[in-house]
Design a binder for this molecule. Structure first.
Ligand code: BES
Ligand code: ZN
Ligand code: ZN
Length: 494
């Protein structure tokens, strides 16, 4: 899709659809007059159209405009328009136009929308909305429904606006890359496949890459990761990508992004019920999100060193699968009693966290993992859970997520929860009791970060959209790519 800034006056833009944001009370951006304004006023008065965010109204022959159609996009209260909301409204407009086979759209980025943050948000909203999950459908007609061209009409194409647009394109591209990986079925997205994608990404963007294969993992002593992997014919790996800035604001900082990469989670011998099991292809969303974030970081070049670590395995069951009760020795030296083979994410992350902090010198660590069903019970599909041992890092993440328009809810991490993690025969069990499952999973991870500032994002409920949104297709959400990118930028600006 071509997406660019133009400075043409709204009424002169030749396009399939001109999108006008419409606020409560009926005022619009751009201001409308003549027949279009009358039609809109009538639709509002009759109740046919309510200008709530993501509602739309298509006007077919908008007199006085060079555009073929006018799409009125509800935007809510005028003084409550945030970049996060603008992202969604722009996306909803695109997803309204697309099935009608319109190919081009123009947004008027003026008034409340005339800022770099809004330009970035609208561009992201457009590109994220254009993403579909139908790569493997063979009907050629599906390919006809796409948006070719989007203009953002600004009063002046100031350099800050161009930079914001470029950033939006990079960030949305990275997020869509993540969504593509997550959407692939597990027969096509195995640990070696993820490694291949990481290699291509490193080559394209000039990142350092090291892929630790099974013999190296064995030689190092990553017994927890290997224990999970042993039931599958797919070889495991630990992907390490690294971005080194030309100059860093603080040479001593090394930010690590760590993502769970279980390419399919059957549960292992503690097998999952078959209903819904097909969804466990998205158990590598954490890994895909750190790869996507690195693609954006390599292009946006924050002044901070950033590494991504993605432990990748398939949790399968077979003659060789790990058994409940097995005790494994982690890279850290700690032993773990595997009471439930379905609590595998924390096992592979344990070794990745030790590798990041102890072997690679990461000073700040943030992991993302589809870790527990318990976080879905606690927070539903609305917020991801945020657990941290460090208030300053937690605040940075919350600020980054706000800028990114992704939401996280702080969860407890008191040491009292360690009472739930006792094993008679190993240093730790891999599960706690019945209650507080998302917290005990986080406490388990905490024992592998060597006391470094660390945060854990449990994205089990938010990495996959059970239902499409007006602005996003059903399926992989691409969370938390944008937060990771904003966090790296914040670290680079300190
Ligand atoms: N991958 C699952 C968690 C999950 C659940 C992700 C729902 C997405 C949607 C994880 O490996 C798992 O199975 N966790 C168990 C842990 C339990 C055995 C302590 C769970 O949450 O049931
Ligand atoms: Zn599991
Ligand atoms: Zn899992």
């Amino acid at each position: 899709m071509e997406i660019k800034l133009i400075t043409t006056a709204p009424e002169l833009i030749e396009i399939d659809a001109l999108v006008a944001f419409c606020f409560a009370g009926g005022s619009t951006l751009p201001p409308l007059n003549g027949a279009a304004a009358d039609l809109l006023a009538e639709a509002c008065a009759s109740g046919e159209f309510d200008p709530k965010p993501c509602e739309t109204l298509l006007i077919h022959r908008p007199g006085g405009l060079a555009a073929r159609r006018l799409l009125v996009a509800g935007a809510g209260e005028r003084d409550k328009l945030t970049a996060a909301l603008a992202r969604q409204i722009a996306g909803a407009a695109i997803r309204t136009l697309k099935p009608m086979k319109y190919r081009s759209a123009a947004f008027i980025v003026d008034g409340e929308l005339a800022s770099p943050a809004m330009v970035e948000a609208v561009a992201e909203g457009v590109l994220l909305a254009d993403f579909e999950t139908d790569r493997l459908k063979t009907d050629p007609k599906l390919r006809e429904k796409h948006i070719d061209r989007v203009y953002l009409a600004v009063a002046q194409a100031a350099p800050a606006m161009e930079t914001a647009l470029a950033k939006g394109i990079v960030v949305a591209g990275a997020q869509n890359f993540t969504r593509t990986l997550v959407n692939e079925p597990s027969n096509l997205m195995t640990p070696p496949k993820l490694a291949e994608h990481a290699r291509a990404l490193a080559a394209e963007h000039g990142l350092k890459i090291d892929i630790l294969d099974e013999p190296r993992l064995r030689q190092m002593g990553c017994g927890a990761l290997l224990g999970v992997a042993q039931g599958s014919i797919e070889p495991p790996c630990l992907i390490h990508l690294e971005y080194v800035p030309d100059t860093a604001v603080d040479e001593s900082v090394h930010l690590a992004l760590v993502g769970k990469g279980v390419t399919f989670d059957t549960g292992g011998v503690s097998i999952k019920p078959s209903e819904g099991m097909e969804k466990m292809k998205y158990d590598m969303a954490g890994a895909a999100s750190v790869l996507g974030a690195m693609a954006a970081i390599a292009q946006l070049k924050p002044a901070v060193r950033v590494s991504a670590f993605a432990p990748c395995v398939e949790n399968m069951l077979s003659n060789n699968a790990q058994r409940p009760g097995d005790i494994v020795r982690t890279l850290s030296g700690k032993t773990v009693e595997v009471l439930n083979t379905d609590a595998e994410g924390r096992l592979i992350l344990a070794d990745a966290l030790t590798y990041a902090t102890r072997n690679c010198g990461a000073t700040h660590v943030v992991d993302a993992a589809t870790l527990t069903g318990a976080i879905v019970v606690a927070l539903g599909h609305i917020h991801a859970g945020l657990f941290s041992n460090n208030a300053a890092l937690q605040d940075l993440i919350l600020a980054a997520s706000k800028a990114a328009g992704e939401t996280f809810w702080p969860m407890p991490l008191d040491d009292d929860y360690n009472d739930y993690l006792k094993s008679p025969s190993a240093d730790l069990p891999n599960i706690g009791g019945r209650w507080g499952g998302a917290v005990t999973a986080a406490k388990f991870l905490e024992s592998f970060v060597e006391g470094k500032p660390w945060a854990h994002l449990d994205i089990a409920g938010t990495a996959w959209l059970e239902e499409g949104k007006p602005y996003l297709a059903k399926g992989p959400s691409g969370l938390p790519v944008r937060t990771f990118v904003e966090l790296a930028l914040a670290f680079g600006a300190r």
